[in-house]
Design a protein around this ligand. Sequence first.
Ligand code: FUB
Length: 318
Amino acid sequence: MTNQISKTQSVIFIILISVCSALSSYAQKNPFITHMYTADPSAHVWKDGRLYVYASHDVDPPRGCDLMDKYHVFSTDDMVNWKDHGEFLSSDDVEWGRPEGGFMWAPDCAYKNGKYYFYFPHPSDSKWNDSWKIGVAVSKHPAKKFKVMGYIKGLKSMIDPCVFIDDDGQAYLYYGGGGKCEGGKLKDNMMEVDGEMKPMEGLVDFHEASWVHKRDGVYYLSYSDNHDEGNDKEGVKGDNRMRYATSDSPLGPWKPQGIYMEPTDSYTNHGSIVEYKGQWYAFYHNSSLSNHDWLRSICVDKLYYNPDGTIKMVKQTK
Ligand code: FUB
């Protein structure tokens, strides 16, 4: 009898160990891209049912963000196994771009009328900080064959485009940096602003990285703030936090709702929020692979809402 029990117990133990190890190899891990440095993840679910993440690419050894010169897109259908679709655009492809290349910063992508529109900030001049443009590359595919069609005319020299398409099909462009965030309608051609871009009113401590999503009829504008450990009088560790504001209109005015992600171990943060297969996710980046502010890696964690629609603080997992 004793022998019988111990045999049964051993079998159960072995089964448990196998199940646990299978589950752990199937678990979401952060950073989820480890074969190259990536930053500024913009996530979208496209009509093939996969989730795609458009990211910028940190170059090793880095020189601040100067040498970032190409884009990769990654996709998944289970949030665990990621496919790198490879480089699909570089600064060499941008005819109007600054002669020295580099500076391919945080991008976004939108789908409209059978085409994917990829928006990327890139300077047009050696004086990079005075000449930012929001470039547009177009493809029939989500991850390849993008061709640069020009840039959006009439914008300020600002970075970090985000394009949100509302339920009625109207596309909105947001961009900004250095404390300013502007938004406006895009025409159906997705390359021209329809009317004026206007300042997004009501945002608190806006730094950069605007992202708009909609849930239950409420618009959410999320962004990184200016938090800086060096200047923090209360001794809060770390730098940029992720904040958000809500509105009943895609162009505000916005009601500040506070912080949804504490600083990572990186100087910057840049995020996107998306629903996939019934679960909401917060994408962001950290420096945990490199311990270097400018060699960043994209991460994702689950995001939850309170019953009143506010966002619970996102737990950053490893
Ligand atoms: O990655 C370059 C720049 O750093 C992005 O445009 C900003 O949002 C910040 O992440």
